[in-house]
Design a protein around this ligand. Structure first.
Ligand SMILES: Nc1ncnc2c1ncn2[C@@H]1O[C@H](COP(=O)(O)OP(=O)(O)OP(=O)(O)O)[C@@H](O)[C@H]1O
Ligand SMILES: [Mg+2]
Length: 449
């Protein structure tokens, strides 16, 4: 994309509240905007993160403190704005940031360019209980979900839905770090549902129980897009998860841009129903029995693999937002189905295989090699730590406490049995995990993209 297409007088500020050193989506946004000549400021905990080494970062800024209130986040962003000295396009890279920015819109609007997002829409879509009603209103399939109002009812609901069931906290961004609670867990018995319900106060939001949709080939789909000032969906597209990490229930380790009219139609209906504006990332799972695409998750911000959807004019969702908010026309690009995106540390072999239809790697880039090198160094150290941790836990396994096993969480416990495939099948599974650790490791954070 020729640099002149973007208004390079307008900087970009990327906000990441969640502390995740391996968040490749932030690096993708840094490079996407930085390559066009836009000054990119990163507000995140970049200690030990490959992102800090990118030559496209103009300046790193300290993030809001852990457990920050919206007032803390406002103070941080206003401080950054004073340093940037010009109105900037602000792009939150995680749910907590997106929710805070939408709540703080009036305070931030004088110094940041923001989409005209109505009211508390990001909070509504990220709240998994609200998502149930939203899907019903937009006529988009969603797994059968119940909200029990007592521990006894949680146990009977789990039984009624058919075990295993998926348990989710409706507002996962409120789950305290270090509590051992996971945003999403697989519950295999009424007793587990009962016990989980009793931790509602600690989790900070309601417990939902949801029918489990089994994983399988070509069942996991996602949709990324940017809704412009007129309400039209621009940039992005539908894609398929070819490989997930952890397998069967995790982030996209290998994704492919794949046309899917049903997924696009669902996205359009959701956007229209809500009057949504800005960047969105939707996750769907196809039901093996009915073939319907169920919406599992609505993330009101760029998904970590958003660079997959870079069209023939070089437009992706973050460039689309910058162009639109600076009142520049979006160049007319063509979709590039067949293009793939590979996260090298989770799918190293896929990153080596030859490809004919275009591939982008999450970390390595020919014009910005330092983050790729830094990632491998940090990853090797992290894997070594993890192995050591596992060895230590093997010794402690006999005394480990039983607790519901994880489908996916942000972040999961280091030794949790996070793979749906292992959880649903093998008779050898004991159902026991080791006690939760005090805080998430880098690897655990890495799974929260
Ligand atoms: N009803 C379900 N049946 C089967 N698997 C599910 C179901 N709901 C969620 N999952 C699995 O758990 C993963 C995480 O669930 P979900 O997206 O709701 O959590 P999240 O915390 O919002 O995740 P993220 O951090 O990716 O935004 C999904 O990608 C999917 O693999
Ligand atoms: Mg989510």
């Amino acid at each position: 994309m020729p640099p002149s297409l973007l208004d390079t007088r307008v900087p970009a500020v990327l906000l990441r509240i969640d502390r995740n050193p391996f968040h490749h989506g932030t690096l993708g946004a840094v490079r996407s905007l930085g390559r066009t000549g836009v000054d990119v400021h990163v507000v995140a905990d970049s200690t030990g993160s490959p992102v800090r080494t990118s030559r496209f970062v103009r300046e790193l800024h300290p993030p809001p403190p852990p457990g920050a209130t919206h007032a803390d986040i406002a103070a941080t962003l206003l401080r950054v704005a004073a340093r940037v000295e010009r109105p900037a396009v602000l792009i939150p890279m995680d749910d907590a940031g997106a929710i805070a920015v939408s709540r703080l819109r009036d305070e931030l609007a004088p110094v940041y360019l923001l989409p005209q997002q109505p009211g508390a829409v990001p909070e509504r879509v990220a709240d998994k209980a609200e998502l149930v009603a939203l899907c019903a209103a937009a006529d988009v399939p969603h797994p059968l979900t119940v909200i029990p109002d007592s521990a006894a009812q949680a146990a009977s609901d789990a039984w009624r839905l058919g075990l295993p069931v998926v348990a989710k906290w409706s507002r996962p961004w409120l789950v305290p770090a270090g509590s051992g609670l996971r945003s999403t867990a697989l519950v295999r018995s009424p007793q587990e549902a009962h016990e989980l319900y009793l931790r509602t106060d600690e989790a900070g939001s309601r417990l939902l129980l949801q029918a489990f949709l089994p994983p399988g080939q070509d069942r996991d789909w996602f949709f990324h897009g940017y809704t412009d000032r007129s309400g039209s969906l621009r940039a992005g597209g539908p894609g398929r998860k070819l490989c997930a990490w952890p397998r069967g229930a995790g982030l996209t380790a290998v994704g492919e841009w794949t046309e899917n009219p049903a997924v696009c139609a669902h996205a359009e209906r959701l956007v229209d129903t809500l009057g949504y504006r800005g960047i969105l990332d939707l996750d769907f799972r196809r039901c093996g029995a009915t073939g319907e695409y169920h919406l599992l998750d609505f993330n009101p911000r760029p998904g970590a693999q958003f660079r997959l959807f870079t069209d023939s004019a070089g437009v992706d969702v973050v460039r689309a937002q910058h162009l639109d908010l600076t009142h520049r026309p979006l160049p007319a690009g063509e979709p590039r189905p067949g293009r793939t995106f590979v996260v090298e540390n989770y799918a190293p072999l896929a990153s080596l295989r030859p490809t004919r239809r275009g591939r982008e790697l999450a970390w390595h880039a020919g014009d910005d090699t330092a983050p790729g090198r830094a990632m491998w160094g940090l990853w090797a150290a992290h894997v070594a730590r993890r192995l050591l941790h596992r060895l230590r836990k093997l010794g402690a396994a006999a005394t480990a406490e039983a607790e519901p096993r994880v489908v996916r969480q942000s972040p999961p416990p280091p030794s949790s049995l996070t793979r749906l495939r292992t959880q649903t099948g093998s008779a050898g599974q004991s159902g026991r995990t080791a006690p939760a650790v005090a805080g998430p490791t880098d690897d655990e954070k890495a799974s929260s993209c």
